[in-house]
Write a protein that binds this ligand. Sequence first.
Ligand code: NAD
Ligand code: MG
Length: 414
Amino acid sequence: MAQTITNLTILGSTGSIGASTLDVVARHPGRYRVLALTAQRQEDVLFEQCMRFKPRYAVLLEEAAAARLAQKIAAAGLAVQVRCGVEALEFVSSLPEVDAVMAAIVGAAGLRPTLAAARAGKKILLANKETLVMAGRIFMDVVRQHNAILLPIDSEHNAIFQALPHDFCRDHSGNLATSGVSKILLTASGGPFRDTPLSELQQVTAEQACAHPNWVMGRKISVDSATMMNKGLEVIEAHWLFNAPADAIQVVVHPQSVIHSLVQYVDGSVLAQLGNPDMRTPIAHALAYPERIEAGVEPLDLLKVATLNFIAPDFARFPCLALAYQALRAEGTAPAMLNAANEVAVAAFLDKRISFLAIPRVIEDVLAALPVTMVNTLDDVLNADAAARTAAQELIQRTASLSPQSSVLSPLQS
Ligand code: NAD
Ligand code: MG
């Protein structure tokens, strides 16, 4: 039987997940067609991708970069339409011909285009965890109302999806308790600073924070992994994806990153998904679901791995993990504010404006300063996001002006 072609929009195609997605797609030319590619401002990379995959649309967030891309595309004689702005990202996420949308923009910027894909009832391959952290209830409601299909790309959530009962996620209203699930066990590598003496954490650089021991990722998620905020965001992501209360989600540090997560059942069974740490596995799983396709990933050699270790997370070393659990339990706008303060703090750390240890301090102070309110509309989320960003920026600026020499290296004074 001839294979039907799946038409794809890849949001954030120039990033780490975007590139891995195109790598898997290129291995199956008769199976997938790229209809749209998007990025923020990397017109050179996007141009190369256009040359190779010949999409119908290429979208850049920034207008000037889009104008430069349009010139190059015209000079190369390619039939690619270039657009710009958030509306164009929403447009390519909801095109009638598109079957599946890879949501791989980093950060809060992914929310609107991913929501547009859900409203259009698409199959969504969700890498942008921030969508669920910010607006989990609203997003899941839209997914259910419009019969969108949500397939997790985050390796842990993809592992849990695979270990849950077959039909659990079919209409996104599965119930863990009635499915015999007692706990979700979310594994974490512990990042590059798992064993760094606490006294040295004060001095660590952005380059050290981005040198993850097991995974190659974008810079924002790499810093999140180093603070373990990434795991905190993933706890919130798991809450919404699997309808799981905070108490049913346990983080287990597993330094080898071979077991990608586990599901514990009431009969004592624990089901896990294993594999080499390579995002092409969850990407290929979600692209082909429920079938399986080759992903270019080395098979797991258990004899080479030999040992698997499990350690309880150190909440004192990684306060961001505790802050994320706290925000999840506070509900309402708290997770959106946590996410926004984290994005501002991580950007400031990458810019060498604050120290590594200042990241959780900024988030904690922002959460303490702003009231948590209920979320009824998307505007409630966007307003909370904006307020937390402003509060975090002000805090960082105030601290820098108080002690200009030492602000890069010392934690914030509250
Ligand atoms: P990245 O920084 O490598 O790439 C981000 C992509 O988003 C780029 O194409 C960039 O141009 C685009 N982008 C950035 N800001 C934008 C904006 N304001 N508007 C439009 N586009 C914008 O990031 P990544 O590591 O590929 O991560 C992407 C998402 O996937 C994140 O939400 C991350 O948490 C999640 N994720 C990544 C990994 C991984 O291994 N990299 C694993 C699990 C989940
Ligand atoms: Mg992950």
